[in-house]
Write a protein that binds this ligand. Structure first.
Ligand code: EPZ
Length: 422
């Protein structure tokens, strides 16, 4: 099992390029099932979750390849299977994103229930309710979602909760449905907008992506397309927090400043000098210690839950007390238990983590529990005294493209060991 070894104390300096966004690439890859012609996708990150998705689609009979530059080419073919088996879905819950496209184009899907994960139960009831409203017959038995329909019918879908992949699944279901669909209380995340951009490039008729009202006019078929996946705003934010924690100066290039307003505001609040250009963001901490900041996670455009662990790490060494409120997931403070082992003074009280900054953390062997928690632990290792060992970094590899090389390029003392499984 791979581990990361990080020796703390170096300020990050330099420029790093953001990879394509995992959470945009995953729904866009699922949407290639809708294409009536060849698709070329550029800026697709090289990640475990991406290879899992390519494997899943390949098992259905789709033909997709990813080359060394990350370019994905998809040939639209008739599928030989409409199933997403548990063996694959259990490694990546986002596999649920094939449900909408399969129902839109084939009216047939047997998708394993994703099940929960470390951060929460992660139900998909809103995905299923929406498909039922569009005419799908859905039963859940033996851990599988069994969905059947004729051509889906457009419907008015009022989402009880803001759900990112729920919005994405239902948008993909609606693009080939008979008539109009209105998704109300839709997710406004930039990745939803990116998916809508790809669907539109294939000929879909969508208005309002990025607002809480998305209107889709169903069409009879979609074409192929050539599309570039947006940059990863969470990877971007992770490197910027690293600069703020280590007192360094980092520019992230090939990224989108307009997708991170809430995060940039918190970086300014903690004392960082933040400048932006058309496709870059720079944080200059000028050697200072960050001030603690209060964080309240909520759907976009508010502060993203995927940046919460990183700011817990920042608050653990900041000046003062920062209160972190996690409102999206019920169990997303697993990283706090590991930060405490490094000497962080953080108290969990329900959905709150009260962080009282200490002068310095102390290196310790810690364990990654989920994707973003592991990023928070890596950041903590960058400032801790001594050599921190982060175990189970397969979580990290799901969402960060070669993070140790990128951090080493910024001066971090970090290396990966592939010690035999303990
Ligand atoms: C997406 O997950 C992201 N994943 C998550 O990123 C991200 O943390 C999350 O959105 C919130 O921004 C992808 O895009 C692949 P939700 P998703 O449905 O869509 C509840 C990462 O680290 N809910 O918006 O699964 C749910 O339990 C990952 O990259 C229902 O109750 O999240 C949660 O409390 C982690 N019923 C809330 O809504 C449903 O049918 C928001 O979840 C759906 C969701």
């Amino acid at each position: 099992m791979d581990k990361l070894l990080i020796t703390g104390g170096t300020a990050l300096q330099g420029e790093v390029r953001a990879s394509g966004a995992k959470n945009a690439a995953l729904p866009i890859l699922a949407a290639t099932l809708l294409a009536g012609g060849p698709v070329t996708l550029t800026n697709v990150p090289r990640l475990r979750d991406i290879s899992t998705t390519l494997q899943l689609l390949g098992r259905m009979g789709a033909h997709l390849t990813q080359d060394a530059d990350g370019v994905v080419r998809a040939e639209s073919r008739t599928l030989t299977s409409f199933a997403a088996p548990y063996a694959l879905v259990k490694t990546m819950r986002a596999s649920i994103l094939v449900l909408g496209p399969l129902m839109a184009r084939y009216g047939h899907a047997d998708v394993s229930l994703p099940g929960g994960c470390a951060i929460g139960a992660r139900p998909v009831n809103l995905h299923l309710d929406g498909l039922k409203a569009m005419g799908a017959e859905i039963t859940v038995e033996g851990g599988y979602i069994r969905a059947r329909s004729g051509r889906l019918r457009g419907a008015r879908l009022m989402m009880d909760m803001v759900t990112v992949t729920g919005t994405e699944n239902l948008m993909m279901a609606a693009v080939l449905a008979q008539g109009e669909t209105l998704i109300e209380n839709a997710a406004r995340e930039p990745e939803v907008i990116d998916l809508a951009g790809f669907l539109t490039a294939m000929g879909a008729r969508i208005e309002g992506a990025g607002t809480d009202h998305i209107h889709i006019q169903g069409v009879d078929q979609l074409d192929g397309a050539h599309y570039a996946v947006m940059p990863d705003r969470i990877e971007t934010g992770t490197f910027l927090v690293g600069a703020a924690m280590t007192g360094g100066r980092v520019r992230v290039s090939h990224t989108r400043p307009d997708c991170l307003d809430a995060v940039l505001q918190k970086l300014r609040e903690c004392g960082a000098q933040v400048t932006t250009g058309e496709d870059w963001i720079e944080v200059d901490m000028q050697g200072r210690r960050p001030r603690a900041v209060d964080i309240h996670t909520a759907p976009h455009p508010a502060f993203p839950t995927d940046m919460q662990a990183q700011f817990c790490a920042l608050n653990s060494i900041a000046e003062g007390v920062g209160v972190v409120t996690e409102t999206i997931f019920e169990n997303r403070f697993m990283h706090v238990l590991e930060l405490q082992r490094m000497g962080a003074d953080i108290r969990i009280d329900g959905h709150l983590a009260i962080c009282r900054g200490v002068q310095r953390l102390t290196a310790a062997p810690v364990m990654a529990t989920d994707l973003r928690a592991s990023a928070g632990l890596v950041l903590a290792g960058l400032v801790a005294h001594g050599e921190t060992l982060v175990d189970r970094i397969y979580h990290l590899d799901r969402g960060y493209d070669n993070i140790e090389a990128k951090l080493a390029g910024l001066g971090a003392v970090i290396r990966r060991t592939s010690a035999a499984a303990a």
